[in-house]
Design a protein around this ligand. Structure first.
Ligand code: ATP
Ligand code: MG
Length: 574
């Protein structure tokens, strides 16, 4: 394409409302434009990159045996009422009415629609398994749209749904998608890591998030340095300690101390001159309407997802003042395990504590020298806290470290959540009716593009890895008013086009510096500079965006050289 004809409005100014590099660069490179909060238009350059990601996704999904469909974006409320999500989904679901006063929503995801489709079309085990996918626009009315297309309201997603006859089949489908996702992100040229995520009631490791590693990522990842264990913070497990402290009979006697208005761990620690490690927090939770006390060491954070899973609760929240008072006989801030009137569960880290400090279940009082077994008992010990850097890896005992990442994809075993609610059943071999087992698998297309930029940029602009580059090459004649230069540049351009290389000819009547700045900003991997001095020797310059290296080549060799580099870079990413 000739630059002079391209709709490529680049800019030097950093947009004031763009917080992250990828958003700044996508705007400056003329890839996207904001229409309104969380809603963006893709311009030609941006859309080319989107199409590259989509193409890789399609190829790998097809290879994995999934078939492409295209489902409606407008979805009737009835389906969502059937699955139970019409009320449960909350404000992210954009609802509206048609002229006949019927309720609809814009699809934030498509489990309901696909389950409805499949339950009508699939009758017997012979039609299973099936994996159907689409690349479609989703709408989620995010509370805080931010970071440009990374967390927006209208966005393109690849979503796939698998349907299987039994557990073994569902696991196979999951593994196929897991492998396909690895292939997709590898082919995109990204540095990424699949991490275990919470799968709620399904258990096991049947949910993985694919994280692109980047400092600016919204998510924290816990990973082991020694083995390949990696999980998000909701999921990251902590192993049960091997040794617990012996129940001490010779510990100092329990002591009640007055602690007026001292409630938080910091306040208790300062007031009683003990380390937070010595203090045990007693959190009263409301689990499906029932109170439960959860004990956590003062320097740890409770992980509510783990608590919810251990209790098998559908709904879990911190108890209100009334529930706390009923459970402890005291206002908020003084709960403790000694004499509490509800079931008590504790994090593993409580096992080896002695002479703890806890709330006294009495306003303005705490207890000292509290000892497990002697002063209170615990119904069960479990892993209930958030992992910290330096914890031991649950798989190999190595050291846990933290990194930041951007979630670009998610694979999830759904089990029968939707198929049961919506009666997606089939007749098995033995003529019995059975419920299908589902999986769902999403990739954010725009977010993948933004994440790629977060990993590949410098102070001059984007540095596209070859597989996602909107164009592989830009041919830059230094001065278009020199006929020899323009002729040579034109010839190279035509030759590259003929060889199916995606190429821009920067035929603008601009200073070379301006052209170089734009080429760097939009991140084209290879730049061929045609100038009169080198051309007089029959040579042109090839500059590599990623390394900044430049070399002279005979004009006659440049096309084959460029083709070799492109082929190599696509291969290493593949
Ligand atoms: P997040 O935790 O980031 O909100 P999610 O768990 O809601 O993500 P899924 O429902 O699993 O995301 O959606 C699948 C994929 O769609 C995500 O992995 C992500 O790449 C993309 N995605 C989700 N929400 C957005 C958004 N608001 N803007 C752009 N992409 C998104
Ligand atoms: Mg979300």
């Amino acid at each position: 394409m000739r630059y002079s004809e391209m709709h490529l409005p680049t800019g030097r100014e950093i947009p004031s409302d763009a917080e992250v590099v990828s958003n700044q660069l996508m705007i400056r490179a003329g890839m996207i434009r904001k229409l309104t909060s969380g809603i963006y238009s893709y311009l030609p350059l941006g859309y080319r990159v989107i199409r590259k990601v989509e193409r890789i996704v399609r190829e790998e999904m097809n290879k994995a045996g999934a078939q492409e469909v295209h489902l409606p974006m407008v979805q009737p409320a009835e389906l969502w009422q059937e699955s139970g999500r019409w009320t449960y989904y909350g404000k992210e679901l954009l609802r509206f009415r048609d002229r006949n006063d019927r309720d609809y929503c814009l699809g934030p995801t498509h489990e309901e629609v696909i389950t409805d489709l499949v339950r009508h079309d699939i009758k017997t085990y012979r039609q299973l398994p099936r994996n159907l996918y689409q690349i479609q626009t989703k709408f989620r009315d995010e509370v805080r749209p931010r970071f440009g297309v990374m967390r927006c309201r209208e966005f393109g997603m690849k979503d796939a749904y698998s349907f299987d006859a039994d557990e073994a089949g569902a696991e196979k489908s999951y593994e196929k998608m897991f492998a396909a996702y690895n292939a997709i992100f590898r082919r995109c040229g990204l540095r990424f890591r699949p991490v275990e995520a919470d799968s709620g009631s399904i258990g096991g490791s049947f949910s993985h998030e694919f994280m692109v590693l980047a400092e600016s990522g919204e998510d924290a990842i816990a990973f082991c340095e020694k083995c390949n264990y990696a999980a998000n913070l909701e999921k990251a497990e902590i192993a049960r300690p091997e040794k617990a402290a012996p129940i001490a009979s010779d510990r100092p006697a329990l002591e009640s101390v007055e602690t007026p208005n001292v409630r938080t761990i910091e306040e208790v620690s300062a007031f009683l001159n003990v380390t937070p490690r010595q203090i045990v927090k007693t959190l009263i939770f409301n689990a499906d309407g029932k109170a439960c006390a959860v004990l956590i060491r003062g320097d740890h954070e409770v992980n509510e997802i783990k608590v919810k899973n251990i209790l098998g609760a559908a709904e879990l929240e911190l108890a209100d003042d009334e529930m706390i008072f009923k459970a402890t006989g005291a206002p908020r801030g003084f709960a403790g395990p000694v004499g509490v009137k509800v079931r008590v569960i504790a994090d593993y880290s409580i096992l080896d504590l002695v002479d703890m400090v806890t709330g006294a279940n009495r306003e303005d009082y705490h207890l000292k020298n509290v000892n497990l077994g002697r002063d209170f008992t615990v119904e069960s010990f479990a892993d209930l806290r958030v992992v910290q850097p330096g914890d031991a890896c649950p798989r190999c005992g190595g050291e846990i470290k933290f990194a930041r990442g951007i979630e670009v994809g998610h694979v999830f075993k759904l089990g029968t959540k939707y198929s049961k609610a919506m009666k997606a059943v089939y007749l098995d071999r033995d003529g019995k009716e059975k419920t299908m087992i589902m999986g769902c698998y999403g990739i954010g297309i725009g977010r993948t593009v933004a994440a790629c930029i977060e990993q590949n940029f410098d102070q001059n602009g984007i540095i596209w890895p070859m597989p996602l580059a909107p164009y592989a090459v830009i041919v830059t004649p230094v001065n278009i008013n020199e006929p020899d230069v323009m002729k040579a540049a034109g010839e190279i351009y035509e030759e590259l086009l003929a060889a199916d290389v995606e190429v821009i000819l920067d035929d603008r009547d601009e200073r070379a510096g301006v052209k170089f700045k734009d080429a760097d900003l939009i991140g084209i991997p290879l730049r061929i500079v045609v100038g009169s001095k080198n051309l007089a020797q029959g040579q042109v310059e090839l500059k590599i965006r990623k390394t900044g290296d430049s070399r002279l080549y005979p004009k006659s060799d440049i096309v084959s050289e460029v083709r070799t580099i492109i082929a190599q870079e696509l291969k290493t990413a593949g």
